[in-house]
Structures are given as structure tokens and as C-alpha cells.
Design a binder for this molecule. Sequence first.
Ligand code: FES
Length: 161
Amino acid sequence: MNRREFNWGLTRLVAAGLVLAPCGALLSACGTESSDGTNATAADPASYSVNGSGQLVINLSVETGLSSIGSFIRKSYTGFNSGRGVIIVRTGASDYRAMSIVCPHAGALIDAPSGGKAICPRHQAEFSISQANFGANIGGQSSGAATSFTATESSGLLTLS
Ligand code: FES
């Protein structure tokens, strides 16, 4: 079988739903939802620590995902937020906002932000990522606000509590 024949066969299998079926059976493995936060990117252990007060301390000289205003990360940190992910947005030169990715409606995991909001894939609750009302439920499914964390930057360290 040459590549063209293989591609044609694959196209027919997809059309028949045979290739996509395993994603329905193993949803978490396909990256759509999971119950344990593992569909968030695991943070580099060198980029953070969790102190004795349970605060997450991110070293911004190692974490490069927040280098510009408007940038964001969606990561999980062992020992913080029960290992579930957080969305952190840099909303100003020294201003950061953070919220849990666990949806307050029914516990699905909120996707990475896009277009000024973050959306839960299960019932489409929409959460603001703007500085003024970060984490507020601004559309879609009524859910209440996402759980937010206080984020404080000092000397290149970003502390979430
Ligand atoms: S679980 Fe997120 S909108 Fe329902």
C-alpha cells in the first residue's frame, strides 16, 4: 500500500467514525477533558516551588511563558491546587491574575484562554481573563466565578496564594 492508498483508506475510516471512536472511550487521553488536571501542561519543576504556607512560588526568570503583557500559561503544579491546573495571565508590567482551571459549574477543566476569555468545554461557561473582572462568569453556562488566587510579583518571583 502506498501513501496515497493509505491516506484514502484513513479518510474513509474517519468518515465512518471508526478512527475517532477511541477518543470517545478514552476522553482524557485525547486531551479534551480529564478529572485530575493532567490535561494542563505540567510545569517545569525547576520553575517553581511550594512553600511551607502552601503558596506557589514561580521563578519568572525560568518560566518564560509570562514574559510579555497579555501572555498566559495553563499549567499544573505538584502540591498546589490539589495538583490541578491554573491559568495565569500577565495583565500588566507587574500585574498577574490567576484562577483554577476547575470549572465551578460541574468540575470540568477550563480550556486555555482565547479571544479574551477562557471557556469550559463541557457546557461552555465563559470566564473573563481581563484585569477588571478576572475569573468572572461572563457568558455561556451560568456557573459563578472561577476560583481565583491572589498573585503577587516581587523580585522576579510570582507568588500565588
Ligand atoms: S462543567 Fe464547566 S460549564 Fe459545566
